[in-house]
Design a protein around this ligand. Sequence first.
Ligand code: UGA
Length: 434
Amino acid sequence: MKITVVGGGYVGITTSVALASSGHTVHIVEINKAKVNQLNKGKLPFYEDGVEEKLRWFLTSGQLSIHHQLEDCINESDAVFIAVGTPSLADGSADLTAVDAVAEQIGSYTERDLVVVTKSTVPVGSGEKINQLIRQKLSERGVDLMVDTVSNPEFLREGKALYDALHPDRIVIGTSSDRARHIMKAVYHDLHCPVIYTTIENAEMIKYASNAFLAMKISYVNELARLCERTNTNVQHVAEGIGLDKRIGSLFLNAGIGYGGSCFPKDVKALEAIARQQGLTMHLLEATMRINETQTEWFVNKLQAVLHNLGGKKIALLGLSFKPDTDDIREAASLKIIHLLTQRNASISVYDPQAMENVKNLHPQLYYASSSYDALKNADAALLVTEWEEFKHMDWEKAKMNMKQPIVMDGRNALSPSVMKKLGFYYDGVGLND
Ligand code: UGA
């Protein structure tokens, strides 16, 4: 099949590369000219394992091409995927400006029957609006074409996006059109997983409900961690014990300093905003957000209790990205911690294998270390913020020799408490008790 994907971000490009891997010919449309030039050189505007190599491969083979304008490729396509951003507005609801603009362009330029597939995370009812915007443009042009709309949310994790795109747990296809269902079957012909056919609205809700549920699971275990500290219980053992119940499941029960990234914070807020617009209060979502917002401060307070006063103390942050294997710092716990430590007059050194440049732009005053060992030199305490593999496997004995005080606060419960204590560290994590 021939497919156009609008949006050269991580969802758009990963989806395009996965579609090309399934044998389809893919045109990517990106509004930002600098990004088009970069992509045409085979360079990704973000870090995502394995995607750049595949992008180059498909660009060279001609199976994938990059365009600046939709009109250059729309009429060579059987389906158009919308994969543009839907950032948060001030009230928490999703900003659909980019999605609406793509829908209008589709209506303005298509000369053939099409299936329009929304990958962007959009509120319930958006599919219908996209449909109307396309039809309005078609009727202004006086053309009568068959344009069917589909909601096909993505469940890709950053850092594992290509794997997730090629090995999904499920595919959700929301549409009322048999023709669109048929075409979507052909799009995903080689993926073996359950496929749910449902309405557009249900598909839109499934995406928000999934992300909000995962965020809720994290906030639940984080709140439990606070209680474990008071009750001489260990949240890791408790999580293991509850997670083996198949009805609960063991994933996303790692206590830490909270969830971040471009999706969970935005999507929980957006779902809460959808409910508010309907006159409903989503108490669980409100609590999920509140726990996440206060988790970093709770952790920094623990550090302060150990050091008595943070003023003038040197604190080393290991990890800046919102999770390992990405350079993405959107809504990262590191940024909240930098803010809190700055307010409390600590001096801050940082190290991250990928995300330093992104933070440097926001906080040029910090010390950007050349390695984790360099960050820890003369530090009064180390805060492990992101659980990169290299922090788990570093030589902590060597690191300790350079530190002013051997204090490690592990915000991701990534290190072994017994090993760290044996090495002579004061070690504390989130909700741990021996
Ligand atoms: C998330 C979802 O996992 C994807 O399924 C979804 O497609 C994506 O959002 C999206 O909507 O596009 P992502 O934001 O890449 O993916 O990150 P996750 O791996 O889900 O992690 C989110 C945050 O939760 C991270 O800050 C991570 O450190 C934190 N987390 C995760 C925990 O604190 N504890 C856990 O047990 C798991």
